[in-house]
Design a protein. Structure first.
Length: 185
């Protein structure tokens, strides 16, 4: 995972901070202090916002994009797989309407503890902002919008890297797809 980790193993900052800071660097370097926790007042005050849409609204600062983590996933803490080597069908990111997780916090969806719901009323599980559905990103960079009636059992089969190698996303999830990016001919 790209989270920033201290020498003592404490996870300090999310991959979302790293991505924001490193995609549009400012003169003089990073906006975040990579030696301090995401919750440190300096990081909360100065960390970049706005280059990526990780939050639903600025007042909440809660992310709407979570990585799928845990044993057997592409982002397995014990044996993380580089994206370029990951199974193309593995789901690596999901949309969560009401995650309650600050965008800078190094928390994501662990397959062992994540809500096993799609579009529940609270929006804490996988859920989208609109009635059109929710987004998932695959390891090959393709992003699909799936309908809210996608069965969690079918979707979750693509969370584990070894399973994703054997699965065909068009066959299993294709009927629920509403759109995809980048568009393929």
């Amino acid at each position: 995972m790209l989270d920033v980790v201290a020498e003592n193993g404490e996870r300090l900052l999310s991959w979302r901070v790293w991505l924001t800071d490193h995609s549009l660097p400012l003169p003089g370097g990073s906006r975040a202090d990579y030696h301090k926790s995401w919750a440190d007042p300096r990081n909360l005050r100065t960390a970049a916002k706005g280059e990526f849409d990780f939050t639903r609204n600025a007042a909440e600062d809660a992310t709407t994009i979570l990585a799928i983590t845990g044993p057997g996933t592409v982002f397995d803490e014990g044996a993380s797989t580089p994206l370029k080597s990951a199974p193309t069908n593995a789901i690596v990111l999901v949309e969560v309407r009401n995650s309650g997780i600050h965008w800078m916090s190094p928390r994501d969806f662990d397959v062992r503890t994540m809500p096993r719901t799609i579009n529940d009323a609270e929006g804490r599980g996988i859920s989208g902002e609109t009635s059109l559905g929710f987004h998932v990103a695959f390891a090959d960079g393709e992003v699909w919008r799936l309908s809210h009636d996608t069965p969690f059992e079918k979707l979750s089969r693509f969370f584990l890297a070894e399973d994703a190698k054997r699965l065909n996303r068009d066959e299993i999830l294709g009927e629920y797809r509403r759109s995809r990016w980048p568009a393929h001919n």
